[in-house]
Structure formats: C-alpha cells, structure tokens
Design a binder for this molecule. Structure first.
Ligand code: F0G
Length: 462
C-alpha cells in the first residue's frame, strides 16, 4: 500500500452535461497539416487539433444558466433588455458607471485609444499586449513598458510579477510631462509575462502617483477576476475577502476599463468599454456607432449580451476561480517537477514554456518559440501559441524586430472545457518534446503580414 496523501483537493463546482468528441489524426497527417499551415498554429484547422490550448479566448464552456439566457435574447436594434442586464452586471461586479458593449476587447481598445491618445503621447503599461499596443500606436501614441524587471525573468519566483515599476513610471512622467501621458494602461493579469498578477498595494500606489499628476488609469480587465483570486491567495490581508469584493476594490483604483469578455466572463464572443467620466463616455459612444454598432449593443447580439451578464456573475465565484486556476497550476507544477522549463510562478490562464531554455541552440531570429509550438503539435496534436519574437513584431519607427527577453510558448487552458486527464496527456506530450530538444531546428519566415504578424505569418524549417 502507498501512503495516503493528507491534502484535501479542490474539484470543479460543476458536472458535465454535454460533450464534444475529440479526434486525433495520425503523426503523418499532423506533419502534413503543420507544414500546410506554414508552421503557424493559428493556421491549422481546428479539426486537425487534438487538445486545443491555443487560447483561453472565446473557448470557454458556458453553463446551463448561460445557455438558458441565450433563449431570452431581445434582438432589438436599440435598448435591448439584455443590454440593461449586462450594464447592471458590470456596474455591480466591476463598479464602473458608464458602459458600452463592443464586439470584443480590441474594439474597446480602438475606441479608448482614439478618444484619449493624441499623436506624440506616451502610454505607459505593465508590459505590452499585441492588440492593445497596436491601437495605441495607430492613434499616434508610443507605448512605454513600465512593468517591474522581474517580469522579464522567467525563473524569478516573485508572486506579483505584473506590478508596475513605480520608479520607471515616475521617471517617464518627469521626462515627458504629465500632459503627454493621457493614461496609464494597467493589465491584470499580465498575459505576455505569463499570466502574472499585480498586487492591490501596487495598484493603490499607481493610483496615488497618477492622481498627483492628474493622469488617468485604464484597466485592461480581461483577466481581472483571475488577478483578484491571486490577491486573495497571496497578498496579506485578503485571505478572508471574496474574489468579488477584491475585484470591486481593485477596479475602484481605475477610471474605466477595456474588456475582452471572451476570457473571465465565460462567453464565446463579446467585450465592453467602461468609463466613469460622462463626457468621455459621450465621446466613446459617438465612436462606438462608427466601429461597433449602436451603443446599446456594440456589435453583440442580445443573446450574447445576456450570456455575458450571467457569465460575469458566475466568474466571480470563489469556487469557480479555485478550480479554474487550480487546473492551470496542476499542469504547470507537474511540468516544473519534471524539470521542464516553464515561467515561474505559474500564472492564471496558461502555462508558458521557456523556449530559450528548450532550444538554446536556436537563435531568437530563427523563432525558437514558433518552432517549439510547431514541434509540440507535430508530436501530439496539442495546439499551443507562440509568445516571443513573432508576437512582439517590429518597432513602429525603425522597422526593426523587437527582441523580447521572453521567448515563450503558451499552453492556454480554456475554462470548464478539459479534464485533469487532458492535462496529464498534455504534460506527457510536452515532456516528449523536451526529451527531443537537441534535434530541434529553427524556422525562416516566408510571409510577414503588415499588422499583428503572429496571426498569419508563414514559416519553413531551416
Ligand atoms: N487584452 C488582453 C490582456 C488579451 O489577452 C486580449 C486577447 C485582448 C486584450 C484583446 O481582446 O481578443 O477580445 O479582442 N487575448 C487573446 C489571447 C487573443 O489569446 O490571449 P480580444
């Protein structure tokens, strides 16, 4: 008999009602599929994927309550009852005053950037995100990374690697002047750093610093509920607070948010822009009608707004978050225990493989993370995503490649979709690629799209 562990496990606070069969194609077919996709996992057909860890965006399983809500869709062009339900849910759980839906997060980023950023402005943020920076730069701004240096080191165990470097932010304000900084963009959690959280104390300090200079803070709230869970677990004084109350406090230190509802909010499509300033909201809603749709639907169907309103309420449940992030940590800790290099500590929505440590023999200009993602698919049908030099793109002025310190492959866990057994199979697949690391080769880019190149770029093996 083996000794019985003394721990008490968490389990998902739901049971499965409907299933979708998975298909595993042969190794030969996978080799052909990834070659036909130009070694870019975004260009694979999902039918050819076994376990799909490309993204947690729009890939969640909805609850029976959300599906029931879909039947209550009020598909009026204007003033749909589902809009008012959504507005009430955002006001209740996030605490912002004025809300307009958008078709997804980048729709909100576009509107916010256009109404706030003038050419020549600087937009500090705790690490870039692809679409967010794109819209800031398209509006004439320059993104300035003010995340703490620990965030760029995959092995550093600091629990709040999403924190803003207050000295760097103060130095930027001193250098360019507050008038050239329309807002600070705070992401919680920080996707590109590994799903790393920012602490409440840091957020309060950013608020104090920006208030002194009359600078706004806009939150990228895409995974702010996950961030709230980390604060509950790791920050002194928050252990007895609910995720919901932590979220509300956290958001109160910002002036509004952009949101991709496709993550935390447990829906397949949708987002919103929330603002506390009425004048700014009036400007935003004047632009929403140009790019998204009327300000009471913003590109969303009534039924989808209803599903999102219900998803928000479900997302702030402590039990949901414990199981959601518990599953991510289960996969991450298993790989870490096996000696596979992953970003530490394990973040909220994904496990990030350190491609530099996998393939030290492949120079960054030969796209080690892109190659690793392709190799993982070939090995086992598991689909992951590059988050390295391809995603980082080019400098908007010099046209040179950005060379990010982090060269990562993201194993992103959809919410309420896969089981622990899928995590085991994934870990074993990653371990097999790790064992074969010495024979891996780099890639050459054969097609580079002009914008957000990682989505559609094509490669061939060197
Ligand atoms: N902000 C963050 C932090 C994100 O992760 C995303 C999307 C967006 C904004 C944009 O939202 O996709 O709804 O337009 N992230 C997805 C991902 C694409 O896979 O990480 P969107």
């Amino acid at each position: 008999m083996k000794p019985r562990p003394t721990k008490r496990s968490w389990a998902e606070p739901w049971k499965v009602k409907m299933v979708e069969p998975l298909r595993m194609i042969s190794a030969d077919e996978r080799r052909r599929a990834i070659a036909a996709a130009g070694y870019n996992t975004f260009l694979l057909r999902s039918e050819d994927v076994y376990i799909d860890l490309l993204t947690d965006s729009g890939t969640s399983a909805m609850s029976d309550q959300q599906w029931a809500g879909m039947m209550l869709g009020d598909e009026a062009y204007a003033g749909s009852r589902n809009f008012y339900n959504l507005e009430a849910a955002i006001q209740k759980y996030y605490g912002y005053r004025y809300i307009t839906p958008t078709h997804q997060g980048r729709g909100a980023e576009n509107i916010l950037s256009q109404i706030c950023i003038k050419p020549g402005d600087y937009v500090p943020g705790n690490m870039y995100f692809t679409t967010t920076r794109h819209h800031q730069e398209a509006a004439g701004g320059t993104f300035v990374d003010v995340v703490i240096p620990e965030a760029h080191d995959p092995a550093n165990e600091f629990p709040f690697k999403g924190n803003v470097d207050l000295e760097a932010l103060a130095a930027l304000i001193a250098r360019v002047g507050a008038a050239k900084i329309p807002y600070v963009c705070v992401a919680a959690t920080v996707n590109m750093a590994g799903g790393q959280p920012i602490s409440m104390a840091n957020m309060q300090a950013v608020r104090a610093l920006t208030r002194a200079h009359g600078i706004r803070i806009f939150l990228d709230a895409t995974r702010a509920v996950e961030n709230a869970w980390f604060i509950q677990q790791l920050e002194p004084g928050y252990r007895d607070r609910s995720v919901a109350s932590i979220l509300l406090e956290f958001c109160s230190y910002s002036d509004g948010c952009t949101m991709s509802g496709k993550k935390d909010a447990l829906v397949n499509i949708g987002g919103w822009l929330a603002l506390n300033d009425k004048d700014l909201y009036d400007e935003a809603s004047a632009l929403v009608v140009v790019y998204e749709g009327l300000h009471t639907y913003g590109g969303m169907a009534g039924r989808d707004m209803e599903a999102m309103a219900r998803g928000i309420a479900e997302s702030v449940s402590d039990d949901h978050m414990t199981a959601r992030i518990g599953q991510v940590q289960y996969l991450g800790e298993m790989l870490h225990d096996w000696g596979v290099p992953v970003v530490r500590p394990i973040g909220g929505h994904a496990v990030y493989l350190d491609a530099r440590a996998f393939y030290p023999h492949i120079p960054q200009d030969q796209f080690p993370a892109q190659a690793l993602a392709a190799n993982l698919y070939e090995e086992s049908g598991v689909r992951a995503m590059e988050r390295g030099i391809v995603s980082a793109g080019r400098d908007k002025l010099t046209g040179e490649n950005h060379h990010p310190k982090l060269e990562l492959v993201r194993l992103t866990i959809p919410r309420r979709v896969y089981t622990q057994a899928h995590m085991d199979v994934t870990a074993e697949s990653v371990a097999a690629v790790w064992d074969a690391r010495a024979s891996a080769r780099g890639l050459r880019m054969t097609y580079e799209p002009r914008h957000l190149r990682f989505f559609q770029a094509r490669f061939e093996p060197i």
